[in-house]
Design a protein around this ligand. Structure first.
Ligand SMILES: [Ca+2]
Length: 148
């Protein structure tokens, strides 16, 4: 293992910088970046939008496993799923609906009738929780097709 300057070298997570902007990690055809501080669900969405990206929705267990290895390591993180509109759970990758669901046992449980946003737990399972809780968000954007 060769260190080329500390934080730039992250072979352990199986990602690569490749065509992604610096500080973004590539996995599959997408670039990912974890927010540096906990935010509410709406703030996390806005933060991703500001960076030209969207709040992530894992679309497989494998993708969730990868996300849980990003730094800063998110013990839990927001995903772009809520039932704030229409009272039914909607998950969106940008504007595309995502059908994949990975709820933990007995979730979503609408605890105290106040849980309308979704997070991923350390094992990759989903939980609903109040939207104003502080959590890290992970942003995602398509990987550029060209190196430049
Ligand atoms: Ca819950």
């Amino acid at each position: 293992m060769v260190y080329t300057g500390g934080m730039m070298c992250k072979p352990s997570i199986g990602g690569r910088r490749g065509a992604c902007p610096s500080t973004w990690i590539q996995w599959g055809g997408k670039c990912y970046k974890a927010a540096m501080k906990p935010l509410t669900w709406s703030e996390a969405k806005d933060e991703c939008t500001k960076m030209g990206s969207v709040l992530v929705v894992p679309q497989s267990q494998e993708e969730a496993d990868f996300l849980l290895l990003l730094e800063p390591i998110p013990s839990e993180f927001w995903i772009n799923c809520s039932d704030l509109e229409e009272g039914t759970w909607k998950c969106q990758d940008g504007t595309d609906e995502v059908e994949f669901r990975n709820w933990a046992d007995k979730q979503p449980d609408y605890a105290n009738s106040n849980e309308h946003c979704a997070e991923v737990w350390p094992e990759g399972k989903w939980n609903d929780l109040p939207c104003h809780y502080p959590r890290l968000g992970i942003c995602v954007r398509p990987a550029p097709q060209l190196y430049f």
